[in-house]
Design a protein around this ligand. Structure first.
Ligand code: FE2
Length: 250
């Protein structure tokens, strides 16, 4: 599989942009939380509501796995009210691999919005997520996103390529979504936590919305990219061989 920069690196780049903090200060408190159309005017109300949810998470309010699943499904549902062509854009996009660019849209405490632009057939390689729930919603074009969970007996991920346990283990494919405008996929710390994306022939633009938890909880405690074999070991059950490859950008 071709290699590009990891998600963690993407997020690091996103958080490094100071302009977004100035933008967040402009968020309006008007509009309420329910029923407002999502567009340039409704976006601020949406942002306020979800920033509040993020603050509760950052404060360490308890979250069990079912509540966390419900949370991202609610986030998906709320994003479905976006008119994809009217979602605020990142002020600047930075290249992070062949055919891949990203940039921050907003950061509000534990809430992170990142725009991801994939050129035709561009691939974001498989990687896990530490302490994050994520919802990806298509804004334009199409991309396929596939999600996996490690089966019992998988070694722990390690970002250090020299130390990572590169033994082959098995993952189960648990979700496959064709992201088109307005459609979304989601992952939590414990569910569907590994994913990779491949854009269609016309490329794709995707909004990633992340909620950051103060603790990795039931999810992985270390970041790593991984190779996942495209040929299934067990096609009927969607089981694939995989191996951790660490974070080569450390
Ligand atoms: Fe990701």
């Amino acid at each position: 599989m071709s290699f590009v920069r990891s998600r963690r690196h993407l997020l690091r780049g996103a958080l490094a942009a100071p302009a977004i903090f100035a933008l967040s200060a402009c968020a309006s408190r008007r509009g309420g939380r329910g029923g407002a159309p999502i567009g340039p005017s409704g976006f601020d109300a949406w942002l306020d509501a979800w920033a509040e949810r993020g603050r509760a998470i950052a404060a360490g309010q308890p979250h069990d796995a079912r509540a966390e699943d419900a949370l991202v499904h609610e986030l998906c549902a709320s994003l479905s009210r976006f008119e994809p062509g009217r979602v605020p854009r990142a002020e600047a996009l930075t290249s992070f691999g062949e055919g891949l660019r990203s940039g921050p849209v907003r950061v509000e405490g534990a809430l992170l919005l990142v725009e991801l632009e994939l050129g035709p057939h561009a691939v974001v390689p498989a990687h896990n997520h530490v302490g994050y729930d994520f919802v990806s919603v298509g804004l334009s074009g199409e991309a396929q996103v596939r999600h996996y969970e490690p089966l019992a007996g998988a070694p722990a991920p390690d970002p250090d390529p020299a130390r990572v346990d590169g033994r082959v283990f098995q993952v189960a494919e648990v979700q496959r979504v064709r992201l088109s405008p307005g459609r979304c996929s989601s992952l939590t710390r414990a569910r569907a936590n590994i994913h990779w994306l491949r854009a269609g022939p016309e490329g794709a633009r995707v909004l990633d919305v992340g909620l950051h938890f103060p603790d990795p909880g039931p999810g992985p405690r270390q970041f790593s990219a991984l190779d996942i074999y495209l040929e299934a070991r067990d096609r009927e059950r969607g089981i694939y061989d995989a191996r951790w490859i660490g974070d080569p950008y450390r």
